[in-house]
Design a protein around this ligand. Structure first.
Ligand SMILES: [Zn+2]
Length: 199
């Protein structure tokens, strides 16, 4: 393979969700679109990312590079005694877009995954424990994903945090809007029923 292509493929293949095959397809597309500005757009977007964005050192959300702690962590109108724990910074953006939560956040930056060699040390758990003490947090709301690894991460975290004397709750998982009862898997239905609310 030509060296420039090989370098790009190796760099892309390190990204989550992109295997070598997808990386090669992207590289081929960029070579084919040469001269149309696609590469230039990509270069400038990547440079912008490098210089203009960082992760909030407190909660882990994406924030402008010159604003750390982030807008959420420094907003005096937000409720200060609860923390919503998520896996990734993008989850914070999704919950914010829903407008359903007024407290602050803490991104773990992943989940326990023995398969990928990710244990408690790879997650921002120590920082979470410190925040619970420093910020006198009364409730931690776990908003992790719903697959097996996230589920065991939630269980592990819940027992660790309960030992600190903080109230631990988790969001109820309902049925996706637009889907029917008949198409829902048993775990989703169990959670939807367990998380029912009075009407
Ligand atoms: Zn923050």
């Amino acid at each position: 393979m030509i060296e420039a292509v090989d370098r790009l493929v190796s760099a892309l293949a390190k990204l989550p969700g992109l295997g070598r095959r997808s990386a090669e397809r992207i590289a081929l597309r960029l070579v084919r679109d040469r001269g149309r500005g696609t590469t230039a757009d990509l270069i400038s977007a990547l440079q912008g990312l490098e210089s203009q964005v960082r992760l909030c050192s407190t909660c882990g959300a994406m924030t402008p590079a010159d604003r750390d702690p982030c807008r959420i962590c420094t907003d005096p109108r937000r409720e200060t005694r609860s923390l919503c724990v998520v896996e990734d910074p993008s989850d914070i953006a999704s919950i914010e877009a829903s407008g359903a939560y007024q407290g602050r956040y803490h991104a773990l930056m992943g989940r326990l995954s023995p398969m990928r060699g990710e244990g408690p040390r790879q997650l921002r758990v120590e920082a979470l424990v410190r925040r619970i003490g420093d910020e006198r947090i009364e409730e931690v709301i776990l908003a992790l994903n719903t697959d097996a690894e996230s589920e065991s991460t939630a269980q592990w975290l819940a027992s660790k945090l309960a030992a600190l004397g903080v109230k631990v709750s988790r969001i109820a998982y309902g049925l996706p809007v637009g889907s029917g009862i008949a198409y829902s898997d048993p775990v989703t239905l169990q959670r939807a029923i367990a998380g029912r609310m009075r009407m």
